[in-house]
Design a protein around this ligand. Structure first.
Ligand SMILES: NC(=O)c1ccc[n+]([C@@H]2O[C@H](COP(=O)([O-])OP(=O)(O)OC[C@H]3O[C@@H](n4cnc5c(N)ncnc54)[C@H](O)[C@@H]3O)[C@@H](O)[C@H]2O)c1
Length: 354
């Protein structure tokens, strides 16, 4: 991570930014975007959603201010800022997000996540809206021996998806050095769960991650749960991850917006990277145990060889999130599992599909 020191770091505008502000949320119809929009509202702020609905469902937008369109549509961006000149900051979450699909469709991923984000950032700077909070990913990290990674740990993005995220981190660092753009780059670990009122959650028809698969098995939509890869160099041979409740993740964005200038001042940089995780690693086998405890029944479990590209995994060192952002995760894996099970029971009514 490159942090350029800035001698005349801007004075903190903490007091000012804790006032209610308007925040452009690209991808605000998505899983994390809609939860973040809600967390912003609960903190008194107003999200303005920009989403093409390429994957996010319309119903997640609710009655929020909404522009249906593409992040690279410069005319639309100009209209949004004209109609909301008081936008304080942009949270850029819109992206294609499916790792195996990125292997099959690299053009679409580089075009949408890289080229379109470039247009978005350039237009935001032109429009005098240079403050950006960016959704990056822990999938950038290389495997390290004890699995704990901090923001300076070695990177090895192994899929086209992860590479698009790394490219945009570099773009943000370079644009911050050369233009008015300022960026807080958040590397999410493994978001799980639903918002606390069970109004939104994972929306893809067949979620590939562990909790989605377990919920499907619990609902009888799958006959068992398959552990892919049981010979990794972890304490029980299965992959290790740092699962963070999506509501905790959403709250971190609110803090990043409210303390935007203060965060960059405190690190003396024009852009900075912050890990968002719980700081605890849990293996797949351990996760299945916790799931069964919360669910109250056993799930048939099978084992299979690892899928190509399956990572052993990592968990977050969260010192920077605590010290610089002043945020830490407060909800548990049990909370996230309970909310995911509740969302699993409700989502057909909300989305119209299982
Ligand atoms: N879910 C995870 O496990 C995870 C982990 C790390 C990082 N992230 C990042 O978090 C962000 C949100 O992910 P999510 O899981 O909520 O995914 P999601 O698919 O639910 O949300 C993405 C949203 O972006 C919209 N979108 C995509 N391309 C667009 C474009 N060109 N213009 C306008 N809107 C567009 C989609 O319609 C969707 O609503 C993404 O940037 C993703 O890379 C997610």
């Amino acid at each position: 991570m490159v942090e350029r020191l800035k001698g005349n770091a801007r004075k903190s505008s903490l007091e000012a930014t804790r006032l209610p502000v308007k925040v452009l949320v690209t991808g605000g119809a998505g899983y994390i975007g809609s939860t973040t929009a809600k967390a912003l509202e609960q903190a008194g702020h107003t999200p303005v959603i920009l989403d093409s609905l390429v994957s996010g469902p319309r119903v997640f937008v609710k009655d929020r201010i909404f522009y249906e369109g593409d992040i690279a549509d410069r005319a639309l961006l100009r209209r949004i800022v004209e109609e909301h000149p008081d936008i304080y900051c942009t949270i850029h979450m819109a992206a294609r997000v499916v790792v195996p699909e990125s292997v099959e469709k690299p053009f679409e991923y580089y075009r949408d996540n890289v080229c379109k984000s470039l247009d978005l950032f350039d237009e935001l700077v032109r429009l005098g809206k240079p403050q950006v909070v960016f959704s990056s990913s822990a999938s950038l990290y290389a495997m390290v021996k004890d699995f704990e990674v901090d923001e300076g740990s070695p990177l090895d993005p192994t899929s086209p998806y992860a590479r698009t995220k790394r490219m945009m981190e570099m773009v943000l660092e370079d644009m911050a050095a050369a233009t008015a753009l300022r960026a807080i780059i958040l590397r999410y670990f493994n978001p799980i769960g639903s918002d606390l009122d069970i109004e939104s959650g994972v929306h893809v028809p067949e979620p590939s991650h562990i909790l989605g698969q377990l919920v499907m098995a619990a609902q009888g939509l799958k006959d068992s749960f398959t552990i892919t890869g049981a010979e990794h160099p972890t304490r029980d041979g299965t992959g290790i991850r740092d699962y963070i409740h999506v509501w905790d993740l959403a709250r971190a964005h609110v803090v990043a917006v409210e303390r935007f200038d203060e965060v960059l001042s405190s690190v003396g940089a024009l852009s900075t990277v912050i890990n968002l995780g719980t700081g605890d690693g849990i293996t797949v086998r351990e996760f299945v145990q916790v799931f069964q405890k919360v669910y109250g029944k056993r799930i048939p479990v099978r084992e299979a060889p690892p899928r190509p590209g399956d990572a052993v995994g990592a968990f977050a060192n969260v010192d920077k999130a605590r010290n610089v952002l002043g945020w830490r995760a407060s909800l548990t894996i049990e909370d996230a599992i309970a909310s995911a099970l509740a969302w699993g029971r409700k989502r057909k009514d909300v989305l119209g599909y299982e």
